[in-house]
Ligand binder design. Structure first.
Ligand SMILES: NC(=O)c1ccc[n+]([C@@H]2O[C@H](COP(=O)([O-])OP(=O)(O)OC[C@H]3O[C@@H](n4cnc5c(N)ncnc54)[C@H](O)[C@@H]3O)[C@@H](O)[C@H]2O)c1
Length: 283
């Protein structure tokens, strides 16, 4: 299937960046949020991301206008009726996501692929609210933040996802310069399972007083060769999301993912990381 027009549902941090990946490669993008103001804010985030590229000499001013002209912010799901693929990136809530899929089922054309950017919810379970033919065209496409820069996308077929949907998803993601891996529909997929066990252990080192935040980050960058330490990365991701993913992984796999009580206290104090100005570090 040839994908020409792409819909994004949820123009937040991930949705805006994912929409930008498609717009940069010449695709027309309809970006729907629950309110027009949020959709427009998503487009402003895209403009800021483009400005950073211009500063680095990766894009010029003329490109900015043509890329942004391809993105239409909207608050009306009906605008998605002729999209060939939709990427859903709303809050990590089963109830919210499945309500949205029911709406999409009413408005989207039959052959439209619906991909979820969920970090932790089962793709098969999300697809279960859809009729069989739609469930066959439903898939997980897990981007990483910031999506316009990070190369990897995990592709997660549900039990009912058909081979053509997997192939078309791989193909379009390669066109937008992503590298894909395909994995089974298990909790946390691959990257989050690897990352969270490491991050939880970093928090334990901190809680046990073994080492400071700064020194653990130095240990991981200079000792393991990671480009960024666990606490800087956790602060970038936001502790509300981090804790909710830890909880899901803890439920699925037990003790090795037990959420950090220190991070829970940060969440209670609304010290969510970079987005609130303070987390493990002050910004
Ligand atoms: N933040 C990350 O690093 C990251 C990485 C990979 C995947 N994810 C996943 O991506 C998804 C989105 O995360 P985010 O960090 O971008 O969240 P976010 O809070 O930045 O954005 C969510 C957006 O969804 C919108 N929304 C809420 N209800 C809606 C509705 N009914 N219709 C349309 N839009 C609606 C909100 O207004 C908001 O703009 C989640 O499933 C998350 O688990 C996040």
């Amino acid at each position: 299937m040839t994908i020409k027009k792409v819909g994004i549902v949820g123009a937040g941090m991930m949705g805006a960046e994912i929409g930008l990946c498609f717009a940069l490669k010449g695709y027309e993008v309809i970006m729907v949020d629950r309110e027009m103001a949020s959709a427009v804010l998503g487009k402003e985030k895209q403009a800021n991301a483009i400005d950073k590229r211009i500063k680095k000499g990766k894009l010029d001013e003329a490109d900015k206008h043509s890329v942004l002209a391809r993105v239409t912010p909207a608050d009306d799901y009906g605008m998605l009726s002729d999209c060939d693929m939709i990427v859903e990136a709303v809050y990590e809530s089963y109830e919210l996501k499945t309500e949205i899929y029911k709406k999409l089922d009413r408005v989207c054309k039959n052959e439209c692929i619906i991909a979820s950017n969920t970090s932790s919810i089962s793709i098969t379970k999300l697809a279960s609210v859809l009729p069989r033919e739609r469930a066959e065209k439903f898939i997980g496409a897990h981007f990483f933040s910031p999506a316009s820069i990070m190369k990897l996308v995990e592709i997660i077929p549900g039990i009912l996802t058909d081979a053509a949907t997997i192939a078309s998803t791989q193909e379009i993601l390669e066109i937008i310069d992503k590298v894909t891996i395909t994995c089974k529909d298990v909790t946390g997929f691959v990257v989050n399972r690897l990352f969270h066990v490491y991050a939880v252990e970093a928090c334990r080192l901190l809680e046990e007083g073994v080492c400071s935040v700064e020194d653990i980050d130095i240990a991981c960058t200079l000792g393991l060769g990671y480009p960024i330490g666990p606490f800087k990365l956790l602060d970038n991701m936001g502790h509300d999301l981090n804790i909710s993913v830890d909880e899901v992984l803890f439920q699925a796999y037990g003790e090795r993912f037990r959420p950090s009580s220190y991070m829970r206290r940060l969440v209670d104090a609304n010290l969510l990381g970079r987005k609130t100005g303070e987390g493990f570090y002050k910004y």
